[in-house]
Write a protein that binds this ligand. Structure first.
Ligand code: CO
Length: 218
C-alpha cells in the first residue's frame, strides 16, 4: 500500500468508527463550528492539539507554527486570532509550548539554519531579553526547559498586546489568554501562571510568571 493509500484507508476507518459511535456526528458538525478555544501551538508532530486535551473535531480552533510564535507582523497567525476572536468569539486562547522543542533548541545553537534561522531569531531575542535568568542554568537541559517556558510567556504576552485581543477586552468581550507547556515524556500540560482576561496588569503578571520560571533555574 502506498503512503497516500495508507492515509486514505486510515481516514475511512476513522470516519466509520466515528459514525458508529455517534451516528449524527458529521451531520451536526457540518452545519457550523462554534469552538470555545483557540490553540496556538508548535508544529511538532508529537503535540496534536485535539488529542492532548481529549477534544473532538469542532471543539478547538488551531494554529500551529514552529515553536508556537506569536509575532506582530505574522499575518497568518494574526488572521487566525482575528477570526477566532471576532467571528468565532472563542473564550480561551492557549499558547502551548512544549519541552524538548527542536526550534527552541536550534535557536540556541550557532549552526547556520537558512531561512528558518530568521524565524527562530525571535527565540534568540527572548533568550537575550532573559539572559540574566538563563545564565543561572547549569545544565543544557535546564536551560532548554526554562527557555521553552519563557518563550511561551513572551508569545502569550505578544498575543495579549495584539489589536484584536486588546479591542476584545476593551469592548467587554469575555476572553482569557493562557500560557501552557506540554511534557513530551508524561503527556501533561502545565500552566505557567500567566492567565490574562483584562488589559490592566499584563506586564505585572508577566514579571511574576517570569520570576516563577527563574526560580526553576538549576
Ligand atoms: Co516544538
Amino acid at each position: 500500500m502506498s503512503d497516500i493509500q495508507k492515509i486514505i484507508e486510515g481516514n475511512r476507518q476513522w470516519a466509520e468508527r466515528t459514525r458508529t459511535n455517534a451516528p449524527d456526528f458529521f451531520a451536526a458538525i457540518a452545519e457550523q463550528q462554534s469552538p470555545d478555544y483557540l490553540w496556538i501551538g508548535c508544529s511538532d508532530s508529537r503535540v496534536p492539539a485535539n488529542e492532548i486535551v481529549d477534544m473532538l473535531p469542532g471543539d478547538i480552533f488551531v494554529h500551529r507554527n514552529v515553536s508556537n510564535l506569536v509575532l506582530h507582523s505574522d499575518m497568518n497567525c494574526l488572521s487566525v486570532v482575528q477570526y477566532a476572536v471576532q467571528v468565532l468569539k472563542v473564550k480561551q486562547i492557549m499558547v502551548v509550548g512544549h519541552y524538548g522543542c527542536g526550534g527552541v533548541k536550534a535557536a540556541l545553537e550557532d549552526t547556520p539554519l537558512g531561512l528558518i534561522g530568521n524565524w527562530l531569531r525571535h527565540i534568540r531575542d527572548v533568550a537575550m531579553k532573559h539572559k540574566a535568568i538563563l545564565s543561572r542554568c547549569t545544565t543544557e537541559e535546564n536551560l532548554l526547559d526554562r527557555l521553552c517556558e519563557l518563550n511561551v510567556l513572551e508569545q502569550s504576552y505578544n498575543l495579549c498586546n495584539t489589536t484584536m485581543v486588546q479591542e476584545a477586552w476593551r469592548s467587554g468581550q469575555q476572553l482569557e489568554v493562557n500560557g501552557l507547556v506540554y511534557g513530551l515524556d508524561d503527556g501533561l500540560l502545565q500552566e505557567l501562571n500567566f492567565c490574562n482576561d483584562e488589559p490592566d496588569g499584563v506586564e505585572t503578571r508577566l514579571a511574576e510568571a517570569v520570576e516563577a520560571v527563574a526560580a526553576l533555574c538549576r
